[in-house]
Ligand binder design. Structure first.
Ligand code: DC
Length: 204
């Protein structure tokens, strides 16, 4: 087994960080954790009536496999529970343990490079303009038969951005030593290639 090597990938919703993270993990043979799923699982439990802090403390790996976690309602609930400091604290150890596993790990989220893994060996901040991100999300939702208009999706993305960036606890922002990749005018292959090149550079 190779030593621990942590890759932290942060950025706003629909910037491409999920796709980039999966491709980077496959390229380096590292494990991958989509930390948004933790908040989505807690958000889904809140919608079902459970207290979010209790839900975060009791979260299991099985809870991360729920089919409905990708829905728009759950995404909004996730960003609401994510402002609660006790929820964030309850999810901290699991994320840190995952990050330091032998063999290397990729974690993507909002605060990986700043709070969860400030010592990560590689940090990326993946962004794109809000209109480009809303257009991508709109296309993805339309593909699933969701009839929401572009303007509605744009308003949702803007609301989530605001909540993620303006919260007091672990707000979304790039770590001082993160390399920023703006995917607004990149196709996914270009963005993945750029991310891999940056990380290979850092690995030396
Ligand atoms: O990445 P995502 O869209 O699945 O994230 C859902 C919400 O969870 C997001 O709006 C904010 C929150 N989140 C967070 O606060 N910290 C993380 N590391 C990951 C997600």
């Amino acid at each position: 087994m190779t030593a621990a090597f942590t890759i932290a990938i942060d950025g706003p919703a629909a910037a491409g960080k999920g796709t980039i993270s999966r491709a980077v993990a496959a390229h380096f043979g590292f494990a991958h954790l989509d930390t948004g799923l933790l908040y989505r699982a807690v958000g889904a439990k809140m919608l079902a009536g459970t207290d979010p802090e209790a839900a975060a403390r009791a979260l299991t790996v099985e809870d991360l496999a729920g089919e409905n976690l990708r829905s728009h309602e759950v995404a909004q609930a996730a960003s609401r529970v994510a402002v609660i400091p006790e929820v964030r604290a309850a999810l901290l150890d699991f994320q840190r343990g995952f990050a330091r596993r032998a063999g290397g790990a990729v974690l993507d989220g909002r605060d990986i490079g700043t709070v969860i893994c400030p010592d990560a060996e590689a940090k990326l901040f993946v962004t794109a303009s809000v209109r480009v991100r809303a257009a991508r999300r709109h296309l993805e939702l339309a593909g699933k038969g969701d009839k929401r208009s572009f303007d509605e999706v744009l308003a949702d993305v803007e609301a989530r951005d605001r909540r993620d960036r303006e919260r007091a606890e672990a707000p979304l922002r790039p770590a001082a030593d993160a390399v920023e990749i703006d995917t607004s005018e990149m196709d996914i292959e270009t963005a993945v290639a750029r991310a891999i090149a940056v990380i290979e550079d850092l690995r030396g």
